[in-house]
Design a protein around this ligand. Structure first.
Ligand code: MN
Ligand code: MN
Length: 475
């Protein structure tokens, strides 16, 4: 388990980040604006706990600002011109928004990208079983988690069940205060002598992540009567049979809304800041814009936490196809021009950064660490060991971004994910860089990344949005 590590490896000569705390730079009016923006974000992550829920809400937000479904434009062969706003939905789990610029697409785009999948527990395809008159759901964890963090906390079930005839049933149990919640049990401390000797990765093992969902047996049922009773409830409430789990995607996530954190309400604790905090701020920045020189894009993708694979992940050709469709409706399509458009683009690949944690100082090198209250974070490179797997953005591009943010007085900081050789992580940046475009990792610093409840600072969330707006305006 994560024991506190000693800070003795920190050299005395290392200087603390001297950047000013952004809270000190606000007028009362600006502070109000920061809090108001964050309240909207808090509601967003409280309601959007799956990639599908994020896509649905993002569409609602965008349509309110005049965005139209690109598929409708394709069907009607509607020509796209400067100032038009369109989106393309990828299977309900990823989405691209375009604000058409006055310049030809060939000149490149300004892309804000983030991911909307978060670590969680997925129900297995055959999840339901009974053991000693308790009904349980078997899960398979998604993304990198410390499994011991997911026991004993109230969980909600979010997702869809698709019946054989294609009917889709949305499930959301555990969010309304009147709803029941579900939970994974843990061993009582009194009998944990052997468990407590295991290392952190093994204290709770993957197959132990079984969700308790019922304990009343159905009357006159001879075998697995508790399971039968759960099935009866599912039939009555959702009209689903046990077999329907075969074609379902149900995610167990921490139940309840995100909350203001701290007596000064300066932070938010919530599920899935990674990476909905960057997704929301990227989209909010785009939705502030009505006209632009080079086409602006907000790209929200799925499957980042498991390697950006699959049709809805960043390695899919979905985005490339979307660009081709947009170009075609501008009456300017050619394969060569699509390639030029992608190669000439600039992108902020946004994902959360590890914030400095005073409880665990030893994993960071203080000069190159993200801090709460210091604004949007840029990671020139991510990766692990000798920058392995990293995109490593160009100095020229970072310089242009410094210029853009400076012009709009947006506070920012630069960071690495931990000390050299301490660990590491990856994002979608390298995948976009394959098109030969300029891309850099940026985002919001969070504490307890990938835990059920992550923490982010309200000023950093607000300044991320400001930074994205500056990027769209200046790059
Ligand atoms: Mn992550
Ligand atoms: Mn992430």
């Amino acid at each position: 388990m994560a024991a506190k590590t000693s800070a003795k490896s920190e050299k005395k000569t290392e200087k603390k980040n001297e950047k000013q705390n952004t809270w000190l730079t606000y007028t009362d009016k600006q502070k109000k604006e920061v809090f108001a923006f964050n309240e909207e974000y808090r509601q967003f992550i409280s309601g959007c706990k799956t990639e599908r829920e994020c896509v649905k809400e993002a569409i609602r937000m965008a349509e309110a600002k005049g965005y139209k479904n690109l598929n409708d434009c394709i069907a009607k062969n509607t020509k796209l011109k400067a100032g038009d706003k369109v989106y393309l939905n990828n299977m309900g789990k990823a989405i691209a928004f375009f604000l058409i610029g006055s310049e030809p697409l060939e000149k490149g785009m300004k892309i804000l990208g983030a991911h909307i999948d978060s670590p969680r527990l997925d129900l297995k395809q055959v999840p339901l079983y009974e053991d000693t008159e308790m009904a349980l759901l078997d899960t398979h964890y998604y993304g990198g988690i410390k499994k011991y963090q997911w026991v004993t906390l109230p969980l909600a079930l979010h997702g869809v069940i698709v019946k054989k005839d294609g009917t889709q049933i949305s499930v959301c149990i555990g969010e309304d205060p009147a709803d029941p919640v579900v939970c994974i049990s843990d061993l009582l401390i009194h009998l944990s002598a052997k468990q407590m000797e295991k290392n952190g990765a093994k204290v709770i093992e993957g197959e132990d992540l079984n969700i308790l969902i019922g304990s009343i047996p159905l009357k006159d049922e001879e075998k697995d009567a508790v399971k039968a009773n759960v099935l009866k409830i599912l039939k009555d409430k959702y009209d689903i049979e046990e077999d329907d789990f075969l074609s379902a995607e149900i995610e167990a996530v921490p139940a309840g809304p995100a909350r203001d954190l701290g007596l000064d309400r300066s932070m938010i604790t919530g599920y899935g800041h990674d990476d909905r905090v960057c997704a929301y701020t990227s989209l909010a920045a785009l939705l502030e814009m009505d006209k632009i020189d080079r086409t602006a894009v907000c790209l929200l993708v799925d499957k980042e936490e498991i390697g950006s694979v699959g049709a809805t992940g960043m390695t899919s050709v979905f985005f490339e196809n979307a660009v081709a469709e947009v170009m075609n409706l501008q009456g300017d399509y050619s394969e060569l021009k699509v390639r030029r458009a992608l190669a000439a683009s600039h992108m902020l690949s946004s994902d959360v950064s590890a914030a400095y944690d005073p409880n665990y100082p030893a994993v960071n090198e203080k000069k190159n660490t993200a801090y709460f209250g210091k604004g949007l974070v840029f990671n020139k490179y991510t990766g692990s060991r000798g920058k392995s797997g990293s995109n490593d953005a160009n100095a020229e591009f970072m310089a242009a971004i410094r210029g853009a943010l400076g012009k709009h007085n947006v506070p920012f900081q630069t960071a690495e994910l931990g000390r050299v050789d301490e660990g590491g992580g990856g994002t979608i940046a390298y995948i976009m860089a394959k098109y030969n475009m300029q891309v850099i990792d940026s985002g919001v610093a969070v504490l307890c990344m990938h835990s059920p409840w992550e923490i982010a600072s309200k000023t950093d969330i607000f300044e991320a949005k400001q930074g994205y707006v500056a990027f769209l305006k200046e790059m």
